[in-house]
Design a protein around this ligand. Structure first.
Ligand code: GLY
Length: 354
C-alpha cells in the first residue's frame, strides 16, 4: 500500500493499492462517519465494479444509493449534470452525506462538480478506474462539464476528501485506453522525473504500476500544493496539452485525449529544440518513449488547422499563451508566446528535417 498526502485548501490522502476496492468502505469510514453514500458511475463501470464498492460501503455501515449514466464523453454535459443534482436532492442527501465518484475522468469531473455545488458543497471521494483518471482527474480538485462551445468550459476547484486508487481495476481497460494513461505518465516523467521517464521508455508500463502511479501523483501533488488555482506552476501539467487539445478538436474527438497529448508532446519538444529553447534535444527520447508504448508522434493535420484550433484553447490569455517547453528530461518551463507566433512555432514542430 502507498499513501500520498495532499495539503491543499483541504488535506486528504490518496491511497494506492491493488485490490483495495473491496475495502473501500473500511477506508472511507476511517475518514467519514457512516452516512448516505451516493455512488455516481457510468454504465460500463457500474457492471464491473459498483457491486463490490456498494457491498463494501454497506458492510462499513453506509446507506448506499447509486446514479448511473450512459458511458462516454457525450454524457459529460449540463443535462446529465442536472440529473445528478436532482438525484442527490431526491435521495435527500444532506451536508453530512457523501458523493463517491467511481469511474474514469468523465465520472470524476462531473460527480466532483455536482458534489461541489449541491448544497454549496458536500463530501466527495474519488475512486478512479482508469490509469488516466488515477494520475490526473481524480487528484487536484478540477471539476468540469463540457459546453456546446468546448470541453471543460464550466467547472470548479473542489478538492476531494479522499482518493482510493485500485490499479487492479485497470485490468479490464482496453489496451488503447490504458495507453492514454501511459501518455500522461510519460508527461510526468518529462516535467519532473528522469527516473519515471526511463522506466516508461522501456515500454513495459504495466510493470510495477503502483510505483509509477505514486510517482505521477506525487509530482501532481507538489504542483497543486504550490499553485492550487492554476495561475503558475500547475500549468506545467499542460505539457503537450495545447497542441493535444487542438489535435482532439481537429479530429472531431476521434483521436482521444491521451493520444492527442502524445502528439502534442512530440510536436512541442521538436519545435522547442529546433528553435533553441531547450537545453538538450528531448524530442528524440520523447518520440522513442511514446513509440515504445504504442503511442503516436504525429497527426495528419496541417499547421493552419492545428494553429486555428489551438487559438481557441481556453488556456489562452488574451494575446499570448503559455506553452510548456522541456529544458531536459525531468525539467520543463513555461514559455509565453504571442498568439501571432503560434503558426510558425507549430510549423517547426511538424516540419521536415532541414
Ligand atoms: N489536468 C491538469 C490539472 O489538473 O491541472
Amino acid at each position: 500500500m502507498k499513501t500520498v498526502i495532499v495539503n491543499a485548501s483541504r488535506s486528504y490522502d490518496i491511497l494506492i493499492e491493488n485490490n483495495s476496492l473491496r475495502k473501500a468502505g473500511k477506508e472511507i469510514s476511517k475518514r467519514v462517519p457512516a452516512c448516505t453514500a451516493a455512488i455516481v458511475t457510468d454504465s460500463i463501470v457500474d457492471a464491473l465494479y459498483a457491486e463490490t464498492l456498494s457491498a463494501s460501503l454497506q458492510q462499513a455501515g453506509f446507506h448506499v444509493v447509486k446514479f448511473v449514466f450512459q458511458s462516454g464523453e457525450s454524457s459529460k454535459n449540463l443535462a446529465v449534470f442536472g440529473q445528478i443534482l436532482e438525484f442527490l436532492a431526491q435521495q435527500q442527501l444532506t451536508k453530512s452525506d457523501l458523493v463517491v465518484a467511481l469511474g474514469g475522468g468523465v465520472t470524476g469531473d462531473m460527480a466532483g462538480f455536482a458534489a461541489s455545488v449541491y448544497l454549496r458543497g458536500i463530501r466527495l471521494v474519488q475512486i478512479p478506474t482508469t490509469l488516466l483518471a488515477a494520475i490526473d482527474a481524480s487528484v487536484g480538485g478540477k471539476t468540469a462539464v463540457n459546453l456546446a462551445a468546448g470541453k471543460n468550459l464550466a467547472g470548479t476547484f473542489y478538492q476531494p476528501g479522499f482518493v482510493l486508487c485500485d490499479p487492479a481495476t485497470f485490468a479490464t481497460l482496453p489496451e488503447a485506453v490504458f495507453a492514454e494513461g501511459v501518455a500522461e505518465a510519460i508527461k510526468y516523467g518529462v516535467i519532473a522525473s528522469p527516473r519515471l521517464f526511463d522506466k516508461l521508455a522501456g515500454g513495459n508500463a504495466h510493470n510495477d504500476l503502483e510505483d509509477s502511479i505514486e510517482q505521477c501523483i506525487s509530482i501532481k501533488r507538489d504542483l497543486v500544493m504550490r499553485d492550487e488555482f492554476d495561475n503558475g506552476d500547475r500549468q506545467l501539467l499542460n505539457f503537450g496539452h495545447t497542441i493535444g487539445h487542438a489535435v482532439e478538436h481537429c479530429s472531431g474527438y476521434s483521436i482521444t485525449h491521451g493520444y492527442a497529448v502524445a502528439i502534442g508532446m512530440a510536436l512541442i519538444s521538436t519545435a522547442a529544440w529546433r528553435l533553441g529553447l531547450s537545453e538538450t534535444d528531448c524530442s528524440g527520447p520523447i518520440k522513442a518513449c511514446l513509440a515504445a508504448n504504442h503511442l503516436p508522434v504525429s497527426s495528419p493535420f496541417t499547421v493552419e488547422q492545428l494553429a486555428g484550433a489551438a487559438l481557441h484553447d481556453k488556456k489562452r490569455r488574451q494575446d499570448s499563451m503559455n506553452l510548456v517547453i522541456p529544458q531536459k528530461i525531468g525539467q520543463c518551463v513555461l514559455y509565453q508566446i504571442p498568439v501571432s507566433a503560434l503558426p510558425d512555432f507549430i510549423r517547426e514542430g511538424v516540419g521536415k528535417e532541414p
